[in-house]
Ligand binder design. Structure first.
Ligand code: ATP
Length: 346
């Protein structure tokens, strides 16, 4: 069992507060993705779990054991980083077996584990090749195989696919997810790529300025963002926002339209995903500014009552810049945020 508990972890670098007060429990065998923009503290948090960085305050527990005072090698973890760290002058076999040799495991055990993980990563035919001769994707597989060969309770990965081209990334994404599920390892995976996060994670922790803003399943993060930051970060393009003024209990005026919403004392922000808008007889009056055909859909950037607004519409629709569309939001997909706290209110 390798549940990870991060308790009240904060990190300062001099005057800079890189992590605020992180509390997060990652279940045994869960695939947790830390997602956020550059500089939000993802790598710092991962490095604290790994033992490559010490927290200023707080505790880290793995499998019911406090480990933040232990050196990295005694934490039962393995790591995969962006730059592979595969030794070019060693063969694939030697690279995968490197950590096992350091642990002085017997030759037959090293062989068994190297062959098993190489097969898992589909590189068993490369075992005799020098790693310096491999392609980026093959080297990445070696790095993952080496981590898995350690049979760790926990695997930590920091943007492991970011050096690969788009097609290979997509392939490796699916493969890595499958392999980790099969090996029953608890995984923490850092990325700033939300497609990667959405497609791989059991849960995503969305980070912003050293805090976890929301930790939930990908669909929950997408459908029910806990805060305005998440709504404006997740989705490509992200959610649209419009100011909402109260028009009586549970009624809101949004860009000249009356819309049902939650009861609240102050003003709110209305939010809707671009794909949850449809051309209709009644709705927001939207002046089309830019039309981008994306194959399956049409991305239309418009102006709604002075606010930038994007709609993902049927590609058969004929729209030109300057056209005024009437766009109706799908009622059950509307979300509301409190502009004072930036938190979701419904
Ligand atoms: P990226 O996606 O760019 O790697 P990140 O979310 O992983 O970003 P971190 O590397 O965790 O971000 O860095 C968080 C913040 O802490 C950044 O502002 C960074 O400049 C700062 N920081 C990280 N390491 C140090 C250090 N050793 N000394 C001082 N500041 C640091």
């Amino acid at each position: 069992m390798a549940e990870i508990q991060i308790k009240n972890v904060a990190k300062r670098f001099g005057d800079y507060q890189a992590l605020q007060d992180i509390n997060l429990t990652i279940a045994d065998q869960e695939f947790m993705v830390l997602l956020g923009a550059s500089g939000c503290g993802k790598t710092t948090l991962l490095r604290i779990v790994a033992g490559l960085e010490t927290a200023t305050t707080g505790e880290v527990w793995i499998g019911g054991r406090r480990i933040d005072h232990l050196p990295p090698k005694d934490r039962g973890i393995a790591m995969v980083f962006q730059n592979y760290a595969v030794f070019p002058h060693l063969t694939v076999f030697e690279n995968i077996g490197f950590g096992l040799r350091m642990q002085k495991l017997p030759d037959d055990e090293v062989k068994r584990r190297v062959e098993r993980t190489a097969t898992l990563m589909h590189i068993e035919q490369l075992l005799k090749r020098y790693s310096g001769e491999l392609s980026g994707g093959q080297r990445q597989r070696v790095a993952v195989a080496r981590a898995l060969a350690m049979e760790p309770d926990v695997i930590l990965m920091d943007e492991p696919l970011s050096n690969l081209d788009a097609l290979l990334r997509m392939e490796m994404r699916a493969e890595l997810k499958g392999v980790l599920a099969e090996s029953k390892t608890t995984a923490v995976y850092v990325t700033h790529d939300q497609v990667e996060a959405m497609s791989m994670a059991d849960r995503i922790s969305v980070m912003h300025q050293g805090e976890i803003v929301q930790a939930a399943t990908p669909i929950e993060v997408y459908r029910n963002p806990a805060a305005e930051f998440v709504a404006g970060f997740i989705g490509n393009p992200p959610m649209n926002f419009l100011p909402a003024k109260s028009a009586g209990k549970g009624k809101w005026e949004v860009a000249g339209e009356k819309i049902d919403g939650p009861s609240s004392n102050g003003d709110l922000k209305f939010a809707i995903r671009p794909e949850d808008l449809r051309p209709a007889d009644k709705g927001f009056s939207a002046t089309a500014k830019v039309i981008e055909p994306l194959g399956a859909h049409l991305l239309v950037t418009c102006d709604v009552d002075g606010s930038l607004f994007r709609a993902v519409l049927d590609s058969d629709l004929s729209v030109s810049a300057g056209d005024v569309l009437t766009l109706a939001p799908q009622a059950d997909r509307i979300r509301w945020f409190d502009p004072a706290t930036t938190q979701s209110v419904a």
